[in-house]
Write a protein that binds this ligand. Structure first.
Ligand code: GLU
Length: 433
């Protein structure tokens, strides 16, 4: 264990939180937690034109969804002008910086800079190839490289874990540390995330914002588990890892150096695994939230009833979104009937009569539990000498509007007598006729 670890996540609120940035946040958080260190959130909002409060809100909500909580911060660069001013005065008086056309620029001594990256090993860059580094722009705001160094030093950051796309900035930042007489932190540059086409993960190939995955209904622990495995492997073929185990095992040395490919199927699989393991009571709460936001619930809803639905669905759902995409028939007066299913299973000789009889049978039951419903339905099928399949498909369509549904008898019991009778009646008199 390394003592006194301090890491930070430093997003700019100029867009929604990208999956790649979320993984950067996660690795910083995991590294800090693994070493019993401190994780800091710093908002790099010096670009006032591009920084927006809706993006800040998105970043904060997304981090909350992921369960990544800062031990210190958020600190806002826009509120730290005096700190940068002080640092710039020092560089001006030591001759490391000069005024130039209203800006303050760094006087880069042309020399190679080397640093030891925790992932890539020694990286050497000839900084004389760089353009003059601006520290304070003519509008008075600090540049990213300058504010980043001043803050990382001020916040006593020990390890900077960030995307590969920042490798070119690191030598510039190291020169600034040296000019300020400060010791640079350790750096670890982690590989980018690419889409199925091996190009940088972009909107073109799928969702890139954490908020989109949240909206689709990935459980936070599944999404975090998936993000952690993007580029990191705990070893021993382990895949399913709740956050506390990830914290225990996390090791930068096991982060791959090559780009990590986003694999939607694996994410879906992991989410399915976590859904299976989630309790019906917890899922009932999540269901209620989703259904309300889709206007699919009346004011009062029985949690225990939702939990029955959750218990029935959790083994067969990929994401929570399946609820409003495939299972609204639980929550509305009448299902939406798929025309194809109606044509194929209801518009057949004898079906209207059978559904009518089933309605009478079910109306006379003393309880409406799964066994009673199943026994009554199977009894009628046997009496009428029907093939079970021939009879069960039409009932499924009549009750759910669809050809595929969760196990039928349990579904009927959950729907309840009133809705089942109404739907059978509607199917018998209107659809099947
Ligand atoms: N605001 C920078 C970014 O979002 C931070 C980079 C860094 O971690 O130093 O890319």
């Amino acid at each position: 264990m390394i003592a006194g670890v301090r890491t930070r996540f430093a997003p700019s609120p100029t867009g929604t939180l990208h999956v790649g940035s979320a993984r950067t946040a996660l690795f910083n958080w995991l590294f800090a937690k693994h070493h019993h260190g401190t994780f800091i959130l710093r908002i790099e909002d010096t670009d006032q034109k591009r920084s927006q409060s809706i993006f800040l809100k998105d970043i904060q909500e997304s981090l909350e969804y992921l369960g990544i909580r800062a031990d210190e911060g958020p600190f806002f660069q826009s509120q730290r002008a005096p700190v940068y001013q002080q640092a710039v005065e020092r560089l001006l008086s030591s001759g490391h910086a000069i005024h130039h056309e209203g800006a303050v620029v760094f006087q880069t001594p042309p020399q190679p800079v080397s640093f030891n990256d925790m992932l890539h090993g020694t990286i050497t860059v000839d900084t004389s190839l760089f353009e003059r580094l601006v520290l304070i722009k003519s509008d008075g705001t600090p540049t990213y490289n300058f504010a980043c160094v001043v803050d990382d030093a001020d916040m006593r950051i020990t390890h900077v874990i960030r995307g590969d796309d920042h490798i070119a900035n690191t030598p510039k930042q190291i020169e600034l540390y040296q000019a300020l007489g400060l010791t640079p932190p350790q750096f670890a540059h982690i590989p980018l995330i690419v889409g199925a086409d091996r190009a940088r993960l972009s909107k073109r190939t799928g969702a890139t914002a954490v908020a989109d995955y949240r909206a689709v209904g990935y459980l936070p622990e599944a999404f975090v588990n998936y993000l952690a495995l993007l580029g990191w492997s705990p070893g021993g073929n382990r895949e399913l890892m709740p956050p506390d185990e990830m914290v225990q095992c996390f090791d930068l040395a096991r982060v791959r150096k090559s780009a990590a490919q986003f694999d939607q199927q694996k994410l879906d699989w992991l989410n399915g695994q976590y859904l299976k393991r989630a309790s019906a009571e917890r899922l009932a709460v999540l269901f209620e939230e989703r259904l309300r936001s889709h206007g699919l619930l009346s004011n009062h809803v029985d949690r225990a009833w939702l939990a029955r639905i959750a218990a029935l669905l959790k083994d067969r759902m990929k994401t929570l979104q399946d609820l409003e995409e495939e299972h609204t028939f639980f929550f509305v007066e009448m299902p939406q009937y798929q025309e194809e299913a109606v044509a194929q299973f209801l518009r057949k000789p004898g079906i209207a009569q059978f559904l009518g009889q089933l309605k009478e049978r079910l109306a006379g039951l003393s309880t409406f539990d799964t066994q009673a419903v199943e026994a009554a339905t199977r009894g009628l099928i046997a009496e009428r000498q029907l093939q079970p399949k021939e009879a069960i498909h039409p009932v499924r369509v009549a009750l759910t509007g669809r050809q595929v549904s969760p196990p039928l008898f349990e579904t009927m019991s959950i729907l309840g007598r009133e809705r089942v009778l109404n739907r059978l009646d509607h199917a018998a008199t209107t659809l099947a006729a």
